[in-house]
Design a protein around this ligand. Sequence first.
Ligand code: NAD
Length: 451
Amino acid sequence: MKISIIGTGYVGLVSGVCLAAKGHDVICVDSDKEIVEKISQGETTIFEPYLEEYLKAVVDEGRFKASSDICNAVKNTEVSMIAVGTPFGKDGINLSYIQAAAAEIGRALGEKPQYHVVCVKSTVVPTTTDTFVREIIESESGKKAGEFGLVMNPEFLREGEAVTDFLHPGRIVIGAYDDRSFDTFKRVYEGYFDCPVLRVSPRTAELIKYSSNILLAMLISYSNEIAAIAESIGGIDVQEVLYGISLDKRIGPKLNGRVVSPEIIKYLKAGRGFGGSCFPKDIKAIMEFSKQFGYSPKLLEATISINEAQTTRIAERLERELESLDGKKLMILGLSFKPYTDDVRESPSLKLIRKLEDKNAIICCSDPAAVNNAKKEVPPHVGLVYVGDYRRIIKDMDAVLLMTPWDEYIKYLSEGDSPEGWNFLLYDCCGALNKNKIAMRGIKYIATGLS
Ligand code: NAD
């Protein structure tokens, strides 16, 4: 199939490359000329495992092209997927990028006699596809929905595992405006993906996406609430508590005598809270949107407020443990919002750095992939020291905070001979280290939910 993708960020680029790898002819469009230039040459603009290898292969095979011309891309394809950003604005979701993309697609459709399906892949609040987007396309094209196809196909990939998730999805949700839209659009996935395909209405598809994110974010805030209770009582390790919960046979059933842990258990984890480009903005967006319909969601408010308090709790505890932060040397390990990505949007590490900023501490930091993006976000007056080889200076630190559980940090901190001269306090903010291994190495250690 010939597919165009409008917006070539994390979702657009991964989707485009993976669909080309599955045999489709893909044109990825972006308004940022630098992105278009780079990916045309097979260079990725984001860090994502396996993406560069796949991109190079599909560019070489001639199945993947990049362009800044939406009109041409729409005219030369059968399906257009909108994958532009939907940030949280002042009072709710900001649909301006969706509006611009839909208008351009509409204008192109006005000049195209053939049937074409428009798909919204971006995360948008319910009713956006079947009202907002439909009306823009209808008014710009002069056609009625039905003459063109319309679907909402939410994306569930996780950054850091995006290529694998896209190629092996758990489910494909297609919110179709009508039968023809569905029958045409399902060919994008047909024959390639071995998973349930759920056909629903566009607004149901939109709410499935939000509700999936809410569930996962809620589990994280639930775990952090239990951690706060454990810390205040003392003598309890929240990770043991959460493990104890996970053994409930309704959560992890036994198969051949062994407990099978569902993937969702990964979110039953106390740490430094959730970040990234999705959970925080999506929960706020659906919260504000449902208020417009007269319902004020309490559980979502609590999920967000527990999350926002998490880095404050870390900063306050650190200050208590070190008595004062004045002149103290701190090493933040990890800047991205999760491992195996360079994405620092809503990163808990950057939030923590902002909270430590006025405390007169010397803040050093390191990250295997996200330093360049962090430099764009943290203003120079903060005086953040970006360290190439953190191993070289780690023993000079007063505290080392593990903020993003990259494997290399976990390995370095928990394996090998007892480190000489390590007198710093190790604060495992993400609950990633094995406390017994750390204790055997004689390192001073605290962790979220362990006091
Ligand atoms: P992003 O900011 O990384 O990428 C968006 C891209 O769209 C940018 O490169 C921008 O230049 C381009 N763009 C904006 N307006 C355009 C226009 N009119 N024409 C052409 N290009 C345009 O965003 P993202 O993280 O890929 O997210 C995209 C959408 O997917 C969002 O709604 C997000 O919530 C959703 N989503 C994201 C993820 C994720 O893990 N990042 C997962 C699932 C869903």
